[in-house]
Design a protein around this ligand. Structure first.
Ligand code: H91
Length: 676
């Protein structure tokens, strides 16, 4: 595979300092990949934007970068590094393995008042700080709150934020954000105060946490706007009086009657069980310089501590800023404040020059590819061997495809070749169809930046692609109640029965059933972090804990050796020949089935019915929906996998693009209809 393709040319700078792994999400015109900062060994999220694709959104990115440079707070995702090339912009950000708060809410159906309070206090803390710095966020929603490794929230997406010149008291005019969370004055096109509009969104967010659905919702925009401007919503019976009151105080149509964030800091509901106001000041103010981090960097760079401090204080959001902030993050988590020592392979300081040896070790940066190298430069690489991609080590080989449950291979295809099927409006233009399954490959679309990377694969697909196997079920249109879906014990959900026996729960479930949702179908959340770990476990076949070598640092070559040893032919075959084995996580739906091929077939047969296009890569289905103009409205992944305890088939799901609530309904609908 070529190391550098056109759109990756600008990425060289990025690869000097980071190992780049798989795509973990996307937002607007950005793709977010998992990465690792080579010098500190810390994981990062890399937001990748193509300037050409950004077009008019380029100013939005500049706004986000400027805001994030000025904001440093324990509940705001930290920006470490910005790399701009003539064609691309890379933002290196704090990695939040827990994923979106949205997924967490839907996995749990809704949160208890106690758990909501924990999160809401963090949201108030972040927002009080944002407002204190003169910013309004203007796009508050659970998709923009991520969960970090300590289960704390981090606010993201400052692309729509505003910093009025005269201060936050000055009115704004631009209507932005997601309609469902937008304040009435905003959607009416009136001038509004940013902080007041944020409080409304926080009210909608609080409601979503406590209820698992939105207070104002409608498919029709105009109807939605009417509902918002009226400001009337129903309070479900499980809400406490205190919650109802707080929601009411935040979702006041008249902005001046709304609570201000400073009132929220010590609101009785917020203070309950804590007896202390929310701490909103930054625990990591930008001005403070940590001496331990400076010392470590000074040693690495062979500079004086004074000149290192001066360099850090320039806050250029370059390798120096990233190294300093990531070292600080290590220190705050009680890890050694250590950098990778001078390279042995190439006598150039990585902090000065970037890791030149990276290029030699760089295998591929394909969509699902991983870069492996320097695997044991740091002890935690071994314990936390990151994201070994199955596909990357899988030589082209013929593997049987699911055969409807008999487990006998009847068709032969190449496992690493992506198979694309679809029925998007654009895909339908000028192409012959496969009447048997009414499925067409999405091959003759204009290549977009999203699908460009797959073009080489598509050539091969011509020879190998077969339509997915179908089952007789595919004619069934109506959603069936899903009696067989199991959940993990810690979810406290009984099979086939509504959660909680109280009338409030029944009421809620009635609503869900009316919406074609099965109350027994619970989705268990699962962080990309864990997903990676589980893959690692599948590779090593152990419980994920590997012995630490006595030494902290080793050579790059040894790291490579380890990867090769881990992937012995038998292990590789085990991976190739079946779905991944993972642990139950919170975005994995458990089934009561044991045959993954059967489950895959059931899903495959339902997707066309739901107007979902998909490409199949092994047991992973990359799904897309389209609008009438051929624009992708939703992208998500469904992966059939094997759970270890209990030993059943699971379906991992991940949203990549599109409205979170629409996605929730669609995936619930697909899975409940799939009779799994
Ligand atoms: N949504 C608005 O899906 C749809 C794991 C994951 C882990 C992340 C760290 C930072 C960001 C995303 C992360 C992430 C966009 C991040 C930060 C900023 C920003 C953007 C992303 C998605 C994009 C992928 C995200 C979640 C939100 C995962 N994501 N899984 N760490 O602007 Cl400031 Cl776009």
């Amino acid at each position: 595979m070529p190391v550098e393709r056109t759109e990756h040319r600008g990425a060289t700078e990025l690869h000097k300092y980071y190992e780049v792994y798989e795509t973990i999400g996307s937002g607007g015109f950005a793709k977010v990949k998992l990465g690792r900062h080579i010098l500190t060994g810390e994981k990062v999220a890399i937001k990748i934007m193509n300037k050409k694709d950004l077009g008019d959104d380029l100013p939005r990115v500049k706004v986000e970068i400027e805001a994030m440079k000025n904001l440093s707070h324990q509940h705001i995702c930290r920006l470490y590094h910005v790399i701009e090339t003539p064609t691309q912009i890379f933002m290196v950000l704090e990695y939040c393995p827990g994923g979106e708060l949205f997924d967490y809410i839907i996995a749990k159906d809704r949160l208890s008042e106690q758990e909501t309070r924990v999160f809401f206090r963090q949201i108030v803390s972040a927002m009080a700080y944002v407002h204190s710095q003169g910013y309004a966020h203007r796009d508050l929603k659970p998709e923009n709150l991520l969960i970090d490794e300590d289960h704390n929230l981090k606010l993201i997406d400052f692309g729509l934020c505003a910093k009025p010149k005269g201060g936050l008291g000055y009115e704004l005019m631009t209507c932005c954000g997601s309609p469902a969370y937008a304040a009435p004055e905003l959607i009416q096109g009136k001038a509004y105060i940013g902080s007041e509009a944020d409080v409304w969104s926080m009210g909608v967010l609080l409601f979503a946490l406590l209820c698992g659905y939105l207070p104002f919702d409608d498919d029709n925009c105009m109807v939605l706007y009417k509902k918002i401007t009226r400001g009337k919503y129903d309070n479900p019976q499980w809400l406490s009086t205190g919650s109802i009151m707080l929601l009411n105080q935040m979702m006041q149509v008249e902005p001046k009657r709304r609570l201000a964030v400073r009132h929220l800091l010590e609101h009785p509901w917020v203070m309950k069980d804590y007896n202390s106001p929310v701490e909103w000041y930054s625990r990591q103010p930008l001005g403070h310089i940590d001496e331990d981090c400076i010392t470590e960097m000074a040693v690495n760079m062979k500079r004086s501590r004074e000149s290192t401090t001066a360099l850090v204080k320039e806050w250029r959001y370059d390798q120096t800023t990233a190294t300093y902030l990531l070292l600080l993050s290590k220190k705050q988590r009680g890890r050694p404040v250590r950098l990778r020592p001078e390279p042995t392979v190439c006598e150039v300081s990585p902090l000065h020059q970037g890791l030149q040896t990276r290029e030699a070790l760089h295998f591929s940066e394909d969509e699902d590819a991983v870069i492996v190298g320097s695997l044991d430069f740091c002890s935690d690489y071994i314990d936390d061997c990151p994201w070994l991609s199955v596909q990357e080590y899988t030589p082209q080989r013929v593997r049987g495809r699911p055969d409807g449950g008999t487990n006998k291979d009847t068709r032969l295809t190449s496992p690493s070749v992506e198979k694309r099927y679809g029925h998007s409006p654009s895909a339908e233009r000028g192409r012959t169809t496969t009447p048997q399954h009414q499925q067409k490959r999405v091959k003759d679309q204009e290549p977009t930046s999203e699908n460009k990377e797959n073009i080489a694969d598509e050539k091969e697909a011509e020879h190998f692609a077969l339509p997915p196997p179908r089952t007789p079920m595919s004619n069934k249109k109506s959603a069936r109640p899903n009696k067989n879906v199991l959940t993990t014990p810690n979810q406290n959900i009984s099979v086939g029965t509504p959660k909680g026996g109280d009338s409030a729960s029944k009421e809620h479930n009635k609503k869900r059933v009316a919406e074609n949702k099965d109350p027994a179908l619970e989705i268990l959340a699962f962080s990309p972090e864990r997903r990676s770990r589980s893959l690692d476990m599948a590779v090593t076949g152990d419980s994920g804990k590997k012995k630490r070598g006595g030494k902290m640092f080793g050579s790059l070559e040894r790291g490579l050796d380890k990867v090769i040893t881990m992937l012995t032919p038998s292990k590789r075959r085990a991976l190739r020949d079946g779905p991944r084995k993972i642990k139950a996580q919170y975005n994995v739906t458990l089934t009561n089935q044991t045959n993954p091929d059967q489950v895959l077939n059931q899903i495959l047969s339902i997707l066309p019915e739901k107007n979902v296009d998909f490409t199949q890569k092994g047991y992973t289905l990359k799904c897309q929906t389209w609008d009438d103009f051929g624009k992708v409205t939703m992208a998500f992944e469904l992966e059939v996998c094997l759970l270890q305890r209990p030993e059943v088939v699971g379906i991992r799901r991940q949203r990549l693009k599109g409205d979170a609530w629409v996605y929730k309904h669609l995936v619930e609908n697909i899975l409940s209809t799939s009779r799994i």
